[in-house]
Write a protein that binds this ligand. Structure first.
Ligand SMILES: NC(=O)c1ccc[n+]([C@@H]2O[C@H](COP(=O)([O-])OP(=O)(O)OC[C@H]3O[C@@H](n4cnc5c(N)ncnc54)[C@H](OP(=O)(O)O)[C@@H]3O)[C@@H](O)[C@H]2O)c1
Length: 241
């Protein structure tokens, strides 16, 4: 049996990934988000607010006895605050860091604790962003947390490589998915130019049809999983061949 745990499964890329995984045989998908929009006999939804530090800390992964493969997809993410430094609130930044960085760090730790000793294929797939590799004005919190997620993934990979029994290692990937037509993009297009100087560029991406659909992106990710398992690099883009 294949087990997939995926955060942010209620909409956008996370929902598309969950729905495509559910088309496979011998698979159980557990989604985590504040809301639920998937109904399937092989889907379990856990209502979890990743901005609630205590709820994330208290989360535990189930004991699995028949797993051939286990994957944690840390997909949930938020952009807000789209504000220049000097204008955002501490509460907004704290929430962004909790959802985009602390929650994936804690869930990854709990995943490794629960499944390290399983001899099956294991992966932590962190959904990162090009915004973690280059600066974008107005996105200080988002760029910083995605950059942190990349470094966190690199450290986890180094730690996994120290485990002498190769079959116990967890494969770690930080993947930039490209620009996807989700509510996150709608939020970008509705931001004020005084907060984000490149808003027109993102409006043009939508107008000129440059955004990929969630389903296209999810399909591309799932079809590349085998390639990602066998790749030495931790930080990847969907464009990598
Ligand atoms: N869209 C893009 O162009 C793009 C580009 C590069 C990277 N990404 C990354 O891709 C991932 C998915 O983005 P998306 O575009 O699909 O975003 P989206 O449509 O806004 O969906 C975000 C998902 O995250 C969940 N989420 C947000 N805050 C949460 C919280 N406090 N607790 C639990 N779940 C929470 C939402 O669920 P609830 O609201 O139900 O809780 C939702 O399912 C993110 O990591 C994003 O940074 C996106």
């Amino acid at each position: 049996m294949k087990y997939i745990f995926i955060t942010g499964s209620s909409k956008g890329l996370g929902k598309a990934l969950a729905e495509l995984f559910l088309k496979q045989n011998e698979i159980k998908v557990t989604g985590m988000a504040r809301s639920c929009s998937i109904s399937d006999e092989n889907y379990v939804h856990l209502t979890l607010d990743l901005s609630n530090q205590q709820a994330v800390n208290d989360f535990t992964f189930p004991n699995l006895t028949d797993a051939d493969e286990v994957i944690l997809v840390n997909n949930a993410g938020m952009l807000d605050p789209i504000k220049k430094v000097g204008t955002f609130t501490g509460a907004a930044v704290a929430m962004n860091v909790q959802v985009n960085l602390i929650a994936p760090m804690v869930l990854s730790s709990q995943f490794i604790q629960a499944y390290q000793k399983l001899g099956c294929k294991k992966m932590i797939l962190n959904i990162s962003s090009g915004a973690g590799k280059y600066p974008i004005d107005g996105w200080a919190a988002y760029c910083t947390t995605k950059s942190g997620l990349d470094m966190f993934s690199t450290v986890m990979h180094a730690e996994q490589n120290l485990i002498s029994n190769v079959s116990n290692r967890v494969k770690i990937v930080a993947l930039s998915p490209g620009i996807i037509d989700t509510e996150m993009q709608a939020e970008i297009r509705s931001s004020k130019e005084e907060d984000f100087s490149q808003v027109d560029r993102f409006v043009d991406y939508k107008k000129s049809g440059e955004l990929q659909s969630s389903l296209q992106t999810a399909d591309n990710i799932i079809s590349k999983l085998h390639f990602l398992y066998n790749r030495e690099e931790v930080i990847c883009s969907l464009r990598d061949e």
